[in-house]
Design a protein around this ligand. Structure first.
Ligand code: ADP
Ligand code: ZN
Length: 609
């Protein structure tokens, strides 16, 4: 019985045909009054899991979220569905809060967002005591775990909810939780009897592309120009300076590119983040500080100009792409220098030994991911304890299997050159010796007399750098502590030098070139055929106008997924328009005719032709 109510809400309010994955089970569990712990990847559709029980059960749904800055957008998205959504936080003045309280007491509010510290204030709890509450949803629930990466002490207080409101179902939701974090969530939020719903961490719509950097940002520009000429995206760099330079450079290329880093003022950062959220073609160039809780569903690409420090960071950052389930690209370019810098940073870090060991393991894993020749998704899922998936067909290695070669001999030459020059020199010097150059320095050290002088003349400098990069990445060579970048042999080097271990390396790639799809898919990764591009652009333009008028982000009007479905279905009546995914009753009424008019215009043009 409750289930049909839930499906009805899904169809009429949200305009979606069917639940995804475990949504139906989760919603059913909570509607029946039981607790739930929900682990779902970003973009999996967590919001519906608490919104629909909030609507189907009597009373208001209370959503606890740490991200005050994003509450406005969340509420706007629900209001666009004609729901009564509110938030109470410190940005509101006392009169607005009074008005919301009055609405709550009259039972007019469907969904209420509050931050944990606000919820736990005696006045708020007293208010809640007087209300019918449909469900408590604790979003970003990993914040309650000290083991996780984003502990917030105020989350600990939320365990009072189970004592104070024993009859109200509670749910905890998060996209990031390993087994240990999950146990802590259950314990600290007193959710011991909650049913656990653990979805796969896979993000099948994200295409992973990793390559060696040749031209640095020129590579980036080629990628953006070819695949995302008008899309929103995030570019991550390691340093503030690189952020600023890259943003300015992309601006010169004609894109709106906004910097975001820790040294900017809070206002500037907020301003840039808001533009990114609201407009649909902005690139943010950021240090890793950017993105926590970014709810923008239509980020079409995430690019890394530097190697992240861990697979966890890489997966979280790339995970900000494609929350709407439409195709998105995760592009990364890295080179020898990244490997050297990160190895050095790790060694110089002030952390204690145990911590350092953990960090260095994490970096090793990241480097293995970067250098590997098999399916990257399979490897990532395995890393996150989901073994046994099949090759994905949607990563660079699956799409264009990398050429490998037997690098044993080259490695031996490189390593014996390291050894014979006394393990005191950097890669560039070593390559000069391998090439048989006789610079003053080489002669002065007598290295022109070594047996390794000139033994690598047949291999280009770029190829030697690739060999050294892989040797350092895979821990056959280490980089000097003092920061001069001189390399030394590690324990692993010996069996290779003795000829006991064979090495298969990947051939140097020119650049990362995501190939065009043979199916004639157009440049934007959302599946729009080339011939449909004009209609797609016109629909996006209308969406932007309507969003600007209402002062909301573009996706609040319609998501990319909805516009793509519109292009596909080309509705010519309101009835047909209502079949488009994401067009519920209210949006049909509010926007249906205007979007239909644009579709009709293009139909007419085709007829004329
Ligand atoms: P999460 O919070 O897990 O990152 P969201 O709740 O923001 O994910 O959902 C991601 C996107 O998928 C949103 O645009 C949402 O409207 C859409 N979505 C969720 N469930 C469905 C569904 N059953 N059918 C179609 N689209 C859905
Ligand atoms: Zn793959």
């Amino acid at each position: 019985m409750t289930h049909t109510d839930a499906v009805d809400v899904l169809n009429t309010i949200y305009g979606y045909d069917a639940f995804r994955g475990q949504q139906a089970d989760i919603i059913d569990t909570v509607i029946k009054g039981n607790d739930a712990l929900v682990l779902m990847p970003t973009g999996g559709g967590k919001s519906l899991c608490y919104q629909i029980p909030s609507l189907v059960r009597p009373g208001v749904g209370v959503v606890v979220s740490p991200l005050i800055a994003l509450m406005q957008d969340q509420v706007d998205a629900l209001r666009a569905l004609n729901l009564n959504a509110q938030f109470i936080n410190s940005t509101l003045d006392i009169d607005s809060i009074r008005a919301i309280e009055a609405d709550l007491r009259q039972g007019l509010v469907d969904i209420l967002y509050v931050a944990p510290e606000r919820l736990l204030m005696p006045a708020t709890l007293a208010l809640l005591d007087a209300l019918d509450i449909a469900v408590f949803a604790i979003d970003e629930a990993h914040c309650v775990s000290a083991w996780g990466h984003d502990f917030r002490p105020e989350y600990m207080g939320l365990s009072v909810l189970s004592d104070r409101y024993p009859d109200v179902p509670r749910m905890a939701l998060t996209a990031t939780a390993d087994r240990r974090t999950r146990e802590e969530i259950a314990k600290n939020l007193d959710l011991v009897s909650a049913q656990h719903f653990v979805s796969s961490f896979d993000r099948p719509n994200i295409r992973y592309l990793v390559g060696e950097s040749q031209g640095g940002r020129e590579d980036l520009w080629r990628f953006i120009k070819a695949f995302h000429p008008e899309d929103s995206g995030i570019v991550y760099c390691l340093s503030r300076k690189k952020v600023e330079d890259t943003a300015a450079w992309l601006e010169k290329k004609g894109r709106v590119a906004l910097p975001y880093h820790a040294r900017m003022s809070a206002q500037e950062r907020e301003h840039n983040q808001n533009r990114f959220l609201r407009e649909d073609n902005i690139i943010v160039v950021a240090t890793i500080a950017f993105g926590m809780g970014i709810d923008k569903p239509d980020v079409r690409f995430v690019a890394h100009l530097n190697l992240p420090k861990s697979v966890e960071a890489y997966y979280q950052e790339t995970g900000r792409a494609g929350r709407d389930g439409e195709p998105a690209n995760a592009w990364m370019s890295y080179g020898l220098q990244d490997v050297i810098t990160l190895r050095q940073m790790m060694q110089q870090s002030a952390a204690d030994d145990q911590h350092k060991r953990v960090e260095s393991h994490k970096l090793d894993a990241m480097l293995s991911l970067a250098e590997m020749t098999g399916c990257r998704r399979q490897w990532i899922l395995d890393y996150f304890d989901e073994p046994g998936s099949a090759p994905c067909g949607n990563c660079d290695n699956c799409l264009t299997p990398p050429e490998t070669y037997d690098a044993t001999e080259a490695a031996q030459k490189a390593m014996s050159c390291v050894y014979r020059t006394g393990q005191r020199f950097g890669v560039n010097y070593l390559i000069d010796v391998l090439h048989g150059k006789s610079s003053d320095r080489i002669v002065q050290f007598g290295h022109d007399q070594l047996s390794t002088h000139g033994i690598g003349a047949d291999i280009s400098a770029a190829d030697w750098r690739s060999v050294f990069r892989q040797l350092i990445a895979l821990n056959f060579l280490s980089v000097d502590l003092e920061g001069h970048g001189s390399v030394k042999l590690t324990e692993n080097a010996r069996p290779v030098l003795r000829g006991e271990t064979q090495l298969q390396f990947r051939r140097q790639l020119a650049t990362v070139k995501p190939k065009r799809e043979r199916s004639g898919r157009a440049r934007t990764p959302v599946s729009i055929a080339a011939g449909d591009q004009p209609l797609w652009n016109a629909l996006r333009a209308l969406r932007k106008d309507l969003a600007d008028e209402a002062g909301v982000p573009a996706y609040v009007v319609f998501t990319d997924a909805t516009l793509a479905d519109m292009v596909q279905k080309r509705p010519s009546s309101l009835e047909e328009m209502s079949m488009v995914s994401g067009v519920g009753d209210h949006k049909l009424e509010r926007y249906g005719l205007e979007f239909m008019a644009v579709v009709n215009e293009f139909e007419a043009e085709i007829d004329d032709a």
